[in-house]
Ligand binder design. Structure first.
Ligand code: PEP
Ligand code: MG
Length: 569
C-alpha cells in the first residue's frame, strides 16, 4: 500500500482500478527549403480539419457535461483563429522556409509561453489549451487520427495532465475519478470532475514506476490523497465513507433546488458567491436562488490591458444568461495594492489591506468604475441586477459612487444605448467604521451585504493572509458579531434588506446566530449551498432570536462557538 497527497479539487471518495492515460507521442518532422505558399495551404487545410473536429467535440461535451465545459472548445476555436498566432506561423514559413509542422509547433510554443508569463493562474492554465490545439493541428498535418481512447470499464483515470480534448474522449460513465500530476483548482481535470460530480486530486507527486493500469486504488477528493494497493481494512473503510458521502450528497442535491423555509415557516434566501462563468454554472446546479456576490476581479487579471466595453458586456451577459432569471449582485472591482495589475500602474504599499483599494480608487480612476457601470447597465437589461460597492468606509464614498452611477446612466440614455432600469444599489459592509454608522448609510442605499472576511480582519486587526495570526481571525468574536447585528438592525429600520457574503455565511455553525438576528440573505460558495439549506431548514427562527441575543452578551469567540455547538447538537 502506498499513499500520495496532492490537492483535492473535487470532493468524494471512490475505489476502483487505475487506468493510465498516455497521450500518443510522435516526432515533429523539421525540414528547410520549403515552399512557403504550399506549406501555408497545408496549414489552412489542417486548421479546417481541426475546427470540424472541435465542433464535433463541442457538441458532444454540450450534451454530456454541459455548456461550461463545452465552452472550453469555443476557446480552442478562438485560439485557432487568433490573428497573432496565424501571422506568426505565416511569418515563420516565409522567413525560415521551414515546413508547416515545424512552423506551427514553434509559433504555438511562443504563444503558450506568452500565456505562461501572465500573472493569473487561470490564464497560465489556459496555456495548456493552446498546446492542446497546436498538437491537434500538427496531428492533422501528419495525417494522424484525431480520435482517442477511453477506459473500457469504470476506472480512476490517472495522467500527467489532462487537456480538454483528452478528457472529452473519455466515456463519462466510466470515469470514477481523476488524478493528475500537474494542474491546479482551475485545471480541466478539476472543472470536469466538478461538473461530473466525481472526485479529483491534482498536483500529486506520484512516480510512474509505482503505478500501472488495473492496479486497485482509492481516490479521496476530500483529503486530496491517492492510495494504491490498499490493504483490505483501508479499502473497506474507504468504501464505507465513499458510500456515506455519496448518499449524503445525493440526498442534499435532491432537495437543493427547493426553497429554504425554516421549521417555523420563515423563508430564507440562499444565494451563491461566484467569480467566473464556471462558478455560475455550479451555482445553478447546487440550487442557488441567485448570486449574492459576483467578484468581478477575474475580468481584470491576467491580461495586458483593460477589456473593451464590448468585451466586458459580453462577459457579463454570459454570466447573466446562465443565472437567468435569478437576481445577481455584482460587486465592482475590488482590487488594491495587494494585487498587481501592471497596466493599472498600482504602487507597492506597505499595508495594502489598508491602502488604495476598492471604492477608494474613485477619485483617481473614476473611469474604471464608470466603465464597469456602463458595461453592467448595458448587459443587465432584463436582469434583476444589483450593483455593490466594496471597501466603503465613509458616507461620502457612497454619495460619490451613487453620483457616478447616476451620471453614467444619464450618459447611456443620452447616447441612446440600452440601459437597465430598476437596478438596486448597495454597499459591502466590511469596514468597522461603516458598520458603526450603518443607520446613516442605510438611508443612502438599497441594501447591505456584510463582508465578514474583511470585517473580521479590520475589527480584530488580523491580516487575513497571515498564517501566523490566522487563529485569531474568528468572525465569532463578539466584537464582530455586534457589528453584524448592528448592520442588520440598521438596514431593517430603514426598510432595506441585508445579506452576508463572507465565508461565515456558509458555516453551519453560524446559521442559528445569523438567522436569529434576522439576516435576509445567505451568500456562500456554490458547493456549500445544499448543506447550508438543509441546516437552515432544521432551525426554528423564533428560537434562534434569543440564542443570537445571548451570543451578543458573551465575551469570547470560544464561548460563542460553544453556545452555538449546543444547538447543533
Ligand atoms: C469579504 O470581505 O467578506 C468578502 C466577501 O469579500 P472578499 O473576500 O472578496 O474580500
Ligand atoms: Mg472583502
Amino acid at each position: 500500500m502506498k499513499t500520495w497527497t496532492g490537492t483535492g479539487v473535487s470532493e468524494g471518495i471512490v475505489s476502483g482500478p487505475l487506468w493510465i492515460y498516455l497521450p500518443a507521442r510522435y516526432e515533429v518532422p523539421r525540414r528547410a527549403g520549403c515552399d512557403p505558399e504550399a506549406e501555408w495551404q497545408r496549414v489552412l487545410s489542417a486548421l479546417e480539419k481541426v475546427k470540424t473536429n472541435i465542433a464535433a467535440l463541442r457538441e458532444r461535451a454540450g450534451q454530456s457535461v454541459g455548456e461550461a465545459e463545452a465552452a472550453i472548445f469555443d476557446a480552442h476555436r478562438m485560439f485557432l483563429e487568433d490573428p497573432e498566432l496565424l501571422e506568426d506561423i505565416q511569418r515563420r514559413l516565409q522567413e525560415e522556409g521551414i515546413n508547416a509542422e515545424a512552423a506551427v509547433q514553434d509559433a504555438g510554443q511562443n504563444f503558450a509561453q506568452m500565456m505562461l508569463a501572465l500573472e493569473d493562474a487561470y490564464f497560465r492554465e489556459r496555456a495548456q489549451d493552446v498546446q492542446d490545439v497546436i498538437q491537434q493541428v500538427i496531428r492533422a498535418l501528419l495525417g494522424l487520427d484525431q480520435s482517442g481512447q477511453s477506459p473500457l470499464q469504470p476506472a480512476i483515470i490517472l495522467a500527467e495532465e489532462l487537456t480538454p480534448s483528452d478528457t472529452i474522449q473519455f466515456e463519462r460513465s466510466v470515469i470514477l475519478g481523476l488524478v493528475t500530476m500537474r494542474g491546479g483548482p482551475t485545471s480541466h481535470a478539476a472543472i470536469l470532475a466538478r461538473s461530473l460530480g466525481v472526485p479529483a486530486v491534482v498536483s500529486v507527486p506520484f512516480e510512474w514506476a509505482d503505478l500501472h493500469s488495473g492496479q486497485p486504488a482509492i481516490l479521496d477528493g476530500n483529503r486530496g490523497t491517492l492510495t494504491v494497493d490498499p490493504d483490505p481494512n483501508t479499502l473497506a473503510k474507504a468504501e464505507q465513507s465513499g458510500a456515506v458521502y455519496r448518499a449524503r450528497q445525493k440526498a442534499l442535491l435532491e432537495s437543493a433546488q427547493a426553497p429554504t423555509v425554516t421549521r417555523d415557516g420563515l423563508r430564507v434566501e440562499v444565494v451563491a458567491n461566484i467569480g467566473s462563468v464556471e462558478d455560475a454554472v455550479q451555482a445553478v446546479r447546487y440550487g442557488a436562488e441567485g448570486v449574492g456576490l459576483f467578484r468581478t476581479e477575474f475580468l481584470y487579471m491576467g491580461q495586458n490591458a483593460l477589456l473593451s466595453e464590448e468585451q466586458q458586456i459580453a462577459a457579463y451577459r454570459e454570466v447573466f444568461h446562465i443565472l437567468s432569471p435569478r437576481p445577481v449582485v455584482v460587486r465592482t472591482l475590488d482590487i488594491g495594492g495587494d494585487k498587481d495589475i501592471p497596466y493599472l500602474g498600482l504602487q507597492r504599499e506597505q499595508n495594502p489591506f489598508l491602502g488604495w483599494r476598492g471604492i477608494r480608487m474613485i477619485s483617481e480612476r473614476p473611469d474604471l468604475i464608470s466603465g464597469q457601470f456602463r458595461a453592467l447597465l448595458q448587459a443587465g437589461v432584463d436582469v434583476d441586477l444589483r450593483i455593490m460597492i466594496p471597501m466603503v468606509s465613509s458616507l461620502q464614498e457612497i454619495t460619490q459612487a451613487r453620483e457616478l452611477f447616476e451620471q453614467t446612466r444619464i450618459e447611456l440614455m443620452k447616447q441612446g444605448l440600452p440601459c437597465a432600469e430598476q437596478v438596486q444599489f448597495g454597499i459591502m459592509v466590511e469596514v468597522p467604521s461603516i458598520a458603526l454608522v450603518a443607520e446613516h448609510a442605510a438611508k443612502l442605499v438599497d441594501f447591505f451585504s456584510i463582508g465578514t472576511n474583511d470585517l473580521t480582519q479590520y475589527t480584530l486587526a488580523v491580516d487575513r493572509g497571515n498564517e501566523r495570526v490566522a487563529s485569531l481571525a474568528s468572525p465569532f468574536h463578539p466584537a464582530v458579531l455586534q457589528l453584524i447585528a448592528r448592520t442588520v438592525r440598521a438596514a431593517h429600520s430603514a426598510g432595506k434588506w441585508c445579506g452576508l457574503c463572507g465565508e461565515m455565511a456558509g458555516d453551519p455553525l453560524a446559521a442559528p446566530f445569523l438567522l436569529g438576528i434576522g439576516l435576509d440573505e445567505f451568500s456562500a460558495s456554490p458547493a456549500l449551498i445544499p448543506a447550508l439549506k438543509e441546516t437552515l431548514r432544521k432551525l426554528d427562527a423564533s428560537q434562534c432570536r434569543p440564542i443570537a441575543e445571548a451570543c451578543l452578551t458573551l465575551s469570547s469567540p470560544e464561548e460563542v462557538q460553544e453556545r452555538l455547538r449546543k444547538i447543533a447538537g
